[in-house]
Ligand binder design. Sequence first.
Ligand SMILES: Cc1cc2nc3c(=O)[nH]c(=O)nc-3n(C[C@H](O)[C@H](O)[C@H](O)COP(=O)(O)OP(=O)(O)OC[C@H]3O[C@@H](n4cnc5c(N)ncnc54)[C@H](O)[C@@H]3O)c2cc1C
Length: 446
Amino acid sequence: MIATLRSRINGHLSIPGDAGWDLVRAPWLLMVEQQPLAVLDAADADDVAAAVAWADEAGVQVLVQPTGHGAHDAAEGALIVRTGRLDDISVDVEAATVRIGAGVSAGALAAALAGTGLTFLVGSNPHPSATGLTLGGGLSWFGRAFGLGCDSILAADVVDGTGWLRRVDGNTDPELLWALRGGGGDLAIVVALELALHPAPTIHGGQLLWPAEAMADVLRAFRDISAAAPDTFTAWWHALNFPPLPEIPEPLRGGRFTAVVVTHLGGAAELDELLAPLRAVPGTVMDAVGPVPVERVPELAGEPTEPGYFVMRSTLLNHLDDATVDSLISVIGPETQCPLGVVQIRQLGGALARAGAGGCHGPIAEPFVINGVAQLPGPELAPMMHGALAEMIGSVAGASAGRTVMNFIEHGQAAQWWDQASLERLRAVKATTDPRGILRSNRALG
Ligand SMILES: Cc1cc2nc3c(=O)[nH]c(=O)nc-3n(C[C@H](O)[C@H](O)[C@H](O)COP(=O)(O)OP(=O)(O)OC[C@H]3O[C@@H](n4cnc5c(N)ncnc54)[C@H](O)[C@@H]3O)c2cc1C
């Protein structure tokens, strides 16, 4: 049956036993050991349609996976479709819109917007596909100003679960458009996405860094400025634990620090005023805040871009009161042996807390989300790190909302992202777009 598929496509099809198979089948999140039936590097949208039509005939499931940043399970017996060659970007500056192929990375899209005075809802890492990032909600540096990335979806070219390639917009299929705005990748394979862009004529931002001893004071100052800041300003607090590796620059290597990374859609003077309470915390070892061109925004958080063995946990927080700060610091603070590489708290609120414009997700009323991440040399240490993550999440249990944003949901974690009525409506859409359940996503609608 693979021969039939091969005869219908122009892209490259890899199967077990091929040279380089282990590299081809691996996702960015190496912790997930994938054993698919085959991996298609699609040449174009027609390839995707042909592959899904073949899969529908053959009773094979299809998993679209541009990068594997959100890889979740073994994908056993499935056809993985990679979209890297669907890399067109067409920006309409006047209309403030962009059309992207499904393989365009967040970093490539940000680079294409250089000098336009516009931004998309860019996240913390340049490597994920802009399509995957956006379909999974798209929690951006600029979400407080402009909402979730999925709310900026204007239209999409999709291949549904029968292999039908078509355009979805407010006229052709308003129900599927509603579902794509926050429903994830379970409804159809998007081959091209049209997004509204947002004004960002001036961006300032950067990082402030202190030794770990300042962690509690910096966290409290971060919380306090978050409460009063305008929607143009976003801050992310970090506890950082740098490994003693040669590639880490000397002042940081093997050390523990606390940092706040910020962006502001506005001028330097306003930002200086907003940052004054943070800068009042003594001991700053770095203050690298200044103008940031839009193409550099995805690098601000300094996240890894190479594949690796990562473990993560996340929860939304209803508040960050003193008891929560004390409890968290008692588990991850400078006096502890906490092995986690990064604990991050992102400021939410603003437009994120208002209901999405025409999407299937509700507002994110919680003012913060906390993420813990560890990068390991291999899978063996995962149980120990999961223990450390559980301890970290346990320390904020009193403030936890018991859910997180869609893109941060770990496999097996209850979604609680849609209300029951929206979930049922999404399942009804899926029943029409994918009647035989050929499409599988990292966050299945169930
Ligand atoms: C280090 C790191 C930082 C991150 N930072 C952020 C952040 O700041 N904000 C944020 O919101 N998220 C963030 N994420 C989560 C990330 O955006 C999601 O995992 C996203 O799904 C990655 O998209 P991808 O296509 O690259 O991943 P993949 O693993 O390749 O795909 C994940 C899922 O996306 C869906 N999908 C992807 N492409 C398509 C398509 N063309 N059609 C239909 N469905 C599709 C599928 O359901 C697929 O299972 C981060 C993840 C990591 C590991």
